[in-house]
Design a protein around this ligand. Structure first.
Ligand code: NAP
Length: 303
């Protein structure tokens, strides 16, 4: 059996098209477009490239986008004042602070200073609480888990009554996706188990999974024989396992990426599976765009 591939790259295009269309409609009717600001402190190359990708995507879907870059020596008070300024700016619907921040700045304090109604990453404690309550309370589901749920739904996988097993319990992936899958409502209603490094028999839990979501950051952690035949396997892991010459420019080296699941063997057992790269990866920024659009819709009272 060869599993159906759930391609994040294709789903990204579908969702970005939907967002672009809706942005154009709102602009026509209300004369407004979503505003997204990305605050970058310092010159970390990885952070710069993440921010560039977010800004490029925001531009593509028709948002007003601002990249606000500040020097490494900005004080915590100055950064908090900057966030306050964007909190009060009605043309801004989403505020992102790219992590990591320099050591002299308290990251938690900075993230908690963002107005929860502009926290499109969904990491503010208020939004984490809203996610826990579920239903209409949820404003901004965190982007990677929201992308995972969207992939499962768009792949036509039945979630209601399914045994969903999540490997990993981080605040950015494991805990929120487990919470989302157990909520009462469409795309959820699962019976959820979360496993982690202290779990006694991880294999036994994984073997029961109709939907197996793996977010551990350990290459090849989930063995093919742990997969229930026909299961939906979502591999969130992105692990650099080496380097190879770039296809575009062979004089440059690029990372070889591998997931947490042995893909080649797993695809012969699973019913559907995400590849790495090209699976969950492209979904995070995509869902960020959707959250920013939602934020404008809440502001206009049309959500
Ligand atoms: P994390 O904060 O390091 O959490 C990893 C979780 O996996 C922890 O709960 C840990 O358990 C568990 N774990 C680690 N090794 C394990 C093992 N041998 N057996 C069982 N459980 C184990 O990682 P994260 O931020 O959630 O990210 C996980 C992976 O997803 C990483 O590869 C990351 O790069 C990737 N990721 C991808 C995207 C994307 O594609 N957009 C976004 C976010 C993350 P304990 O709690 O017991 O330590």
């Amino acid at each position: 059996m060869t599993a159906k591939l759930i391609k994040g790259t294709e789903i990204r295009e579908e969702i970005l098209e939907e967002v672009t269309r809706e942005v154009a409609e709102i602009k026509e009717k209300h004369g407004r477009v979503p505003g997204l600001v990305t605050i970058l402190v310092g010159e970390n190359p990885a952070s710069q490239s993440y921010v560039t990708l977010k800004i490029k995507t925001a531009h593509r879907v028709g948002f007003k986008e601002i990249q606000d870059t500040r020097s490494e020596d900005i004080s915590e008070a100055e950064l908090l004042a900057l966030i306050d300024q964007y909190n009060k700016d009605d043309s801004i619907n989403g505020i992102l602070v790219q992590l990591p921040l320099p050591k002299h700045i308290d990251e938690k304090k900075v993230l908690n200073a963002i107005d929860p109604d502009k926290d499109v990453d969904g990491f503010h404690p208020v939004n984490v609480g809203r996610l826990m309550i579920g239903g209409d309370e949820v404003k901004f589901p965190p982007c990677t888990p929201a992308g995972i749920q969207e992939m499962i739904v768009r792949a036509g996988v039945e979630t209601s009554g399914a045994e969903t097993v999540v490997v990993g319990r981080s605040n950015i992936v494991g805990k929120p996706i487990a919470n989302m899958m157990l909520q009462k409502g469409p795309g959820a209603n699962s019976t959820v188990t979360v496993v982690h490094t202290r779990t006694k028999d991880m294999e036994a839990h994984c073997k029961r999974a109709d939907i197996l979501i793996v977010a551990a950051g350990v290459p090849g952690l989930v063995k093919p024989e742990w997969i229930k035949p026909g299961a939906c396997v979502i591999d969130v892991g992105v692990n650099r396992v080496g380097e190879k010459p770039s296809k575009k420019d062979p004089s440059k080296m690029v990372a070889i990426l591998q997931g947490d699941v042995d893909f080649d063997k797993a695809k012969e057992i699973a019913g559907s599976i995400t590849p790495v790269p090209g699976g969950v990866g492209p979904m995070t920024i995509t869902m960020l765009m959707r959250n920013t659009l939602r934020s404008l819709k809440y502001q206009l009272g049309i959500a």
